[in-house]
Design a protein around this ligand. Structure first.
Ligand code: SIN
Length: 305
């Protein structure tokens, strides 16, 4: 059987499959579908300093090839995350990434400082790119100087690996990737959702109450793959690919494009057990190709025709 383990940013993961933030709750909710040990790592829903009710409904809307969300970072806040989620994960054998969000660079740093002492947390994913807050202006994801300063603030308060989650809603994602690398990120998650909207022409109503939201699913795969490749060719730190990944072949495509691991999000809504099914499918794909280790594929894109 091929070796699915991957090593990057000081982490050793049993496979390159992570849950995408926000699509698995904090992980606990999904353990009936996928045993924690089946995943390379679990990524939490974004946690913020204070509880957030999120945006008005409707805040999920299906489209032709994926869906739009406008959740607005609903969560119970940091104190509740510590008291309930982290407390229940004390003896876990799962690798946990905690995704943190903030309204200012200082808030991101405060979150990381407070969570730094928890051994249950293996890494931070810093959500620079939620399109559903701050009017969709993406202040941390579109300006390289702000992205760098935000990551540098988190870097100053923790030695845990930091992954910066970037937005595809920028002209040159490679520039943002370079900025977060300069700020001290250990890796990049590429990418969050694309800004989109939908309309029902009969009712004249938008699909989402706030009109715009984050578009994810099958339709964004080519954009996400391009963004991941742009990042991988711009920086030396590892990339976790994310966006429209549904199959073992999709996973392997992102690895060839330069990703060290991938996140699965929207696909889990149609098959919540998918993350547990993919390891066996990856093994058989690698066996077909005569490969002993999945690491052999990373960054092997051939550009000659
Ligand atoms: C949300 O809670 O609005 C989605 C999170 C994100 O896209 O970062």
């Amino acid at each position: 059987m091929a070796d699915l383990s991957v090593r990057f940013a000081g982490l050793e993961l049993k496979n390159p499959l992570l849950s995408a933030s926000g699509t698995f709750g904090h992980g606990l909710e999904m353990s009936g579908f996928v045993p924690p040990a089946a995943l390379g790592a679990w990524v939490s829903k974004t946690v913020t300093l204070e509880p957030r009710h999120g945006n008005p409904a409707p805040r999920i809307c299906e489209t032709e090839a994926g869906f739009l969300n406008s959740i607005g970072l609903e969560n119970r806040g940091l104190a509740d995350y510590e008291a309930t989620v982290l407390a229940s994960l004390e003896n876990t054998d799962a690798v946990i990434f905690t995704n943190i969000g903030g309204r200012t660079p200082e808030e991101f740093a405060e979150m990381a400082a407070r969570l730094d002492g928890y051994d249950q947390i293996s890494a931070f994913e810093v959500n620079l790119s939620c399109p559903n807050v701050q009017g969709g202006k993406l202040p941390f994801a579109t300006d390289p100087a702000t992205a760098e300063a935000t990551i540098a603030g988190v870097r100053a308060v923790t030695k845990k690996p930091i992954f910066a989650k970037l937005s595809p809603n920028v002209a040159f994602i490679g520039e943002i990737a370079k900025a977060v690398e300069a700020g001290g990120a250990d890796g990049i998650t590429a990418v969050n959702t694309l800004l989109g909207m939908s309309v029902d022409w009969r009712t004249r109503k938008p699909g989402l109450a706030l009109v715009m939201g984050g578009y994810s699913g099958l339709g964004i795969k080519p954009v996400a793959l391009r963004c991941a490749w742009n990042c991988a060719t711009s920086v030396k730190i590892p990339i976790i690919g994310c966006g429209g990944i549904f199959t073992a072949d999709d996973v392997l495509e992102f690895l060839v494009a330069g990703c060290s691991a991938v996140q699965i999000g929207t696909a889990s809504f149609s098959n919540p057990a998918l993350l547990g099914e993919l390891p066996a499918l990856l093994e058989s794909r690698l066996a077909e190709a005569g490969l002993n280790s999945i690491q052999e594929l990373i960054g092997t894109l051939r550009r000659e025709s």
